[in-house]
Write a protein that binds this ligand. Structure first.
Ligand code: ZN
Length: 621
C-alpha cells in the first residue's frame, strides 16, 4: 500500500482503471453536471478502492451488474488533493458512481452569455491539468493510470459539444441512456434524472476515446460552436461568430505543414485528427494539448508567427506528453522540456532559424526570471522536484519548459543532431502510451547513448538547483542587436525607428524582457509615446510593457492595466501584472488597486486562474 503520486489518493496495491463510461447531463442554470460514471478496473478487487474526487456530491455507488449499493465514504477535502472517495469492493472489477459536480468545480468554467463572444448562449469548458479531472468525475487522477473512455453528453439542443475524443454521433436522448442505477438511488438528483435526461429541447452528443490517456487530458467544451476546415485533418472550432472563426482559420492555415514536420521528427501522427478549439478569453493557458483537439486562448490570434508557435507546441505534445507522459507532476519537465525542444525544431523549419533563436532568447530570459522568482524556494528550480503537499498550480513556472529545453539541447550539442534525432525516435517508440519518471528516461539515455554521463552531468541537470554552467544563451545577429539596444536604453537611448522597422511582436517582447523592470516614469512615457506598446494588440508586448509601467509606478497606465486584467484570463498575463502590483514596498495604492481589480474581474477567470491570483495576493497582502 503506497501512494503512486503525491497529488493523488491512488494506491499502488489497487488495480488501475482501464476504461470509464460517462453519462453527463449539463444543467446550465445551476452550473452543475448530473452524472453517472462506470469505472472498469484492470482486475477484480476486494477491499477499499481509493479514488480522487473534488467538490463532487456522490449520490450512490453501485455494483453495475446487480445494482446493489456498495458502501463508500467521502473524506473532508485536503487543500491540494481534494477528497478521498473510498469504495468497499468484494471481487468487483467495475463500479458505478452516481454523482453531481459542484458550481465551483475546479476544472470547469461556466460562462454566462455576456461572458462569451456571441453573448446569446452559455458556454462551459474543462481544464483538467494538472489535478482537476477529479472535479468532473471520480477517478484515479494520476497520469500513472491511463484510461480509455466513452461519453454521452446531454446538452440543450441549440448547443453542441466537442471533446478530446472521436465524435460518434448526435441524436435524441432515450430513456435507455440512463443507467438503471439512478432509479435505485434515493436522492433528489437521482429521482429526476431520467425525466431531465429525456426532457424537451435536449440532445445527446456521443464520443469515444480508444487510446489510453492520462486523466488530465480528458476535455470537453459545450456552447454554440462553429467550425472552419483548415487542413486534411484539421478543423478550427470556436464560438459561432464569423469574425472569430475567420481570423482563427487564417491564423492557423499553416497547421498541416507543422503536423508533417512533427511527423518527420517523431514518426507518424498518432491521434488521427488534429483539430483546434479557440476558447473565450478567460481560458487560463496559451494552449492545452488535449489529444485530437487542442484548446487555445484567443490571444494567440494576432496575425503573426507567435500564434503558430503555440500551435507547434501543442502539436509537439501529441508525442511528448500525450504519447509519453510524466508519471506524476514531479517529472513535469519530461512533458514540457521535450515539447519546448520539439516546438522549436518545428518552428526552425516552418518559420526559419532566426524565429527559433528569438524564441530561445525569450525562453532564456524567462528561465532567468523563474530562477529569481524561486530564489527562496530553490526546490522548484530543479527539473525533478519534490511536490509532497504542494499544489502544482502554485509552482507552475517556465523551469520545466526552459531548463528542460536546455538539458535536451545540451545532450544534442554533445552527440550531434543526427544522433539525437535518432535517439528521440527510439525513445518515443519505446515508451509510447506509457507514463514514466526521470530515472527511466536517464536509464534509457545511458543505455542508448553510451558514455553520455561522462560528458554531461546528468545528476546536476536533473537534481541540481539553478541553471547549470553548461546551459546556453542563444546567439544570432538579431538577438544580439535586440539585447544591446535594450542595454542602451538603460543608458538613456531609445531605439531609432529604422532600427525597429522590421520588428514583430517577438522582437518587441525580447526587447522589453531585457529592459530593467523599474525605470524612470518619464522613460516609460517616452518609450510608449514613440512605439505605442500600451495599445499593442499583441498581449505579450502589451503585458511586458504594462509590467514595467507598474514597477516604475507610472500610474498613467493603470486604466490600461485594469482593462487588460478584465478582458483576458490567461495566467501568463495575470501572474506578472498582479505580482507587479502587489510585490515590494511603498505601493499601497497598487495593492488596493489589485484587490479591487481581482474582486471585479474574478468571475471572468477560470477557477484555476482564480486560485493562482488568490495565492499571489495572499503572499503579498
Ligand atoms: Zn506544454
Amino acid at each position: 500500500m503506497a501512494p503512486v503520486d503525491p497529488h493523488s489518493y491512488t494506491d499502488s496495491a489497487h488495480p488501475l482503471t482501464t476504461h470509464v463510461s460517462l453519462s453527463l447531463y449539463f444543467d446550465f442554470p445551476s452550473s452543475t453536471i448530473h452524472a453517472a460514471a462506470l469505472l472498469n478496473l484492470s482486475s477484480p478487487y476486494t477491499g477499499q478502492l481509493s479514488l480522487d474526487a473534488r467538490s463532487l456530491t456522490v449520490h450512490g455507488v453501485l455494483d453495475p451488474q446487480t445494482l446493489a449499493p456498495l458502501p463508500f465514504t467521502l473524506s473532508p477535502p485536503d487543500a491540494v488533493k481534494g477528497s478521498l472517495l473510498s469504495v468497499a469492493l468484494d471481487s468487483h472489477a467495475s463500479v458505478l458512481i452516481l454523482y453531481s459536480t459542484s458550481p465551483d468545480s475546479s476544472a470547469l468554467q461556466w460562462l454566462s452569455p455576456p461572458q462569451t463572444f456571441n453573448k446569446t448562449h452559455p458556454f462551459v469548458y474543462t481544464q483538467c491539468q494538472s489535478i482537476h479531472a477529479r472535479s468532473v468525475f471520480p477517478c484515479q487522477d494520476t497520469p500513472a493510470a491511463r484510461i480509455c473512455y466513452s461519453a454521452k453528453l446531454n446538452v440543450p439542443r441549440e448547443l453542441s459539444a466537442v471533446m478530446s475524443a472521436r465524435h460518434s454521433g448526435r441524436r435524441d436522448p432515450v430513456a435507455g441512456d440512463v443507467s438503471e442505477g439512478f432509479k435505485k438511488v434515493d436522492s433528489a438528483a437521482a429521482l429526476n434524472f431520467e425525466s431531465l435526461w429525456c426532457g424537451d429541447g435536449r440532445v445527446v452528443e456521443e464520443f469515444v476515446m480508444e487510446q489510453p490517456i492520462p486523466p488530465y487530458l480528458f476535455a470537453f467544451a459545450v456552447g454554440e460552436l462553429g467550425s472552419r476546415e483548415v487542413g486534411p485533418r484539421t478543423r478550427v472550432y470556436a464560438e459561432n461568430v464569423a469574425a472569430v472563426l475567420d481570423s482563427a482559420a487564417s491564423e492557423f492555415a499553416g497547421t498541416e505543414d507543422m503536423v508533417r514536420q512533427g511527423e518527420k521528427l517523431f514518426g507518424e501522427y498518432p491521434w488521427e485528427r488534429f483539430d483546434l478549439l479557440v476558447l473565450p478569453p478567460s481560458f487560463p493557458y496559451g494552449g492545452m494539448e488535449n489529444p485530437r483537439m487542442v484548446f487555445l486562448t484567443p490571444t494567440v490570434i494576432k496575425g503573426d508567427a507567435s500564434g503558430a508557435q503555440v500551435v507547434a507546441h501543442e502539436l509537439a505534445h501529441s508525442w511528448t506528453g500525450n504519447l509519453i507522459t510524466n508519471i506524476n507532476n514531479e517529472h513535469f519537465w519530461l512533458n514540457e522540456g521535450f515539447t519546448r525542444y520539439a516546438e522549436r525544431r518545428i518552428v526552425e523549419v516552418v518559420q526559419g532559424e532566426e524565429r527559433a533563436i528569438l524564441s530561445m532568447g525569450i525562453g532564456w530570459r524567462t528561465l532567468n526570471e523563474a530562477m529569481e522568482r524561486f530564489k527562496d524556494n530553490m526546490e522548484f528550480t530543479k527539473l525533478k522536484t519534490n511536490q509532497e503537499g504542494i499544489d502544482p498550480d502554485n509552482v507552475y513556472s517556465q523551469v520545466p519548459y526552459e531548463k528542460g529545453f536546455q538539458f535536451l539541447a545540451r545532450i544534442e550539442r554533445q552527440i550531434g543532431r543526427p544522433a539525437f534525432d535518432e535517439f528521440i525516435k527510439k525513445y518515443i517508440e519505446n515508451f509510447k502510451f506509457k507514463s514514466i519518471d526521470t530515472d527511466t528516461f536517464l536509464e534509457f539515455l545511458k543505455a542508448n547513448v553510451p558514455g553520455i554521463e561522462k560528458e554531461v552531468d546528468l545528476k546536476l541537470w536533473t537534481e541540481g538547483t539553478g541553471i547549470p554552467p553548461d546551459a546556453y544563451e542563444p546567439v544570432s545577429d538579431l538577438y544580439t542587436t535586440i539585447v544591446s539596444l535594450a542595454n542602451e536604453f538603460k543608458l538613456g537611448r531609445m531605439p531609432r525607428e529604422d532600427e525597429v522597422a522590421n520588428w514583430r511582436g517577438q522582437e518587441w517582447e525580447l526587447y522589453l524582457e531585457n529592459l530593467p523592470k523599474c525605470v524612470e516614469a518619464s522613460q516609460v512615457l517616452a518609450l510608449d509615446a514613440r512605439y505605442r506598446m500600451s495599445e499593442s494588440k499583441d498581449y505579450e508586448v502589451k503585458v511586458a510593457f504594462l509590467q514595467m509601467a507598474i514597477s516604475s509606478k507610472c500610474r498613467d497606465y493603470y486604466p490600461e492595466v485594469e482593462k487588460t486584467l478584465k478582458e483576458v484570463g490567461r495566467m501568463k498575463y495575470l501572474r506578472p501584472l498582479y505580482t507587479a502590483l502587489v510585490q515590494g514596498s511603498g505601493n499601497e495604492e497598487e495593492k488596493i488597486l489589485a484587490k479591487r481589480l481581482f474582486a471585479e474581474a474574478r468571475e471572468c477567470y477560470h477557477p484555476i486562474a482564480q486560485g493562482v491570483v488568490e495565492s499571489i495576493l495572499a503572499k503579498h497582502l
